[in-house]
Write a protein that binds this ligand. Structure first.
Ligand SMILES: [Zn+2]
Ligand SMILES: [Zn+2]
Ligand SMILES: [Zn+2]
Length: 231
């Protein structure tokens, strides 16, 4: 919700920011423009409860979409492997295929939730910033913090495999991004194909909660990276 007092005090600033927006969006000065949006947000957006609940929901939904996409990739890989394997290995195939069908339904369900959340995005700089960043399907590669976070968590950005740069399925664009606990390559690396231990799962996909104040350092970084694409 906009603060009416600030609205009266800063109309000139708003006009200038609108002008800068037009220029910045056609230039390559991505980071600078996002910083301006961030500052504008601090001036204008006062309803932090609404913003943080919305941000938590949409970031979580994006994470779930990535998990599903990566789990599908994991299963497809093992279907190939088991298909060429022993009879015992082939016996596991129907379960894998059933799970793939269930994941397809879940992806579509989450995609609808995502679209609803996007439509309900708080108006103002948050909305324009978020939508602008997501216009680029591989936006997550622009953020140095997200790449380093992936590497620190034990994800593929810390190795030479380049999985995050080569997303699997063009039909799963909303599921593109850095590693989650379902990444096939990370699972191979950490557990050699076996189920992740709880410790490794938490390392690869740490919890965060933007609805709990004060924010942890990690929550703050997550918000900056996912909503503003700032390092
Ligand atoms: Zn990898
Ligand atoms: Zn990975
Ligand atoms: Zn990564």
């Amino acid at each position: 919700m906009k603060n009416p007092v600030k609205q009266i005090r800063f109309p000139a600033l708003e006009e200038i920011l609108d002008l800068i927006q037009d220029v910045a969006e056609t230039s390559s000065r991505w980071i600078n423009w996002q910083i301006i949006r961030g500052k504008r947000h601090i001036l204008w957006e006062t309803d932090w409860d609404v913003v943080s609940r919305w941000a938590q929901s949409i970031i979580e939904t994006e994470e779930r979409l990535r998990q599903i996409t990566q789990r599908e990739n994991f299963l497809k890989k093992y279907i190939h492997k088991y298909h060429a394997g022993s009879e015992a290995a082939k016996a596991a195939l129907p379960d894998f295929i059933e799970e793939l069908i269930a994941l397809d339904h879940e992806y579509m369900r989450l995609e609808r939730i995502y679209d609803t959340l996007l439509a309900g995005c708080p108006v103002g700089p948050i909305r324009s910033g978020y939508e602008w960043i997501r216009k680029e399907p591989q936006w997550y590669l622009k953020s140095e913090w997200l790449r380093q976070d992936c590497a620190r968590r034990g994800g593929c950005c810390g190795r030479q495999c380049k999985c995050c740069e080569n997303p699997p399925d063009p039909m799963r664009r909303k599921g593109w991004g850095h590693c989650t606990a379902q990444c096939a390559c990370c699972n191979d690396e950490l557990e050699d194909g076996f189920r992740l231990t709880e410790r490794n799962r938490r390392m690869l996909q740490p919890d965060f909660d933007l609805t709990v104040y004060p924010w942890s350092d990690y929550s703050r970084e997550i918000f900056r990276a996912y909503i503003w694409s700032l390092d």
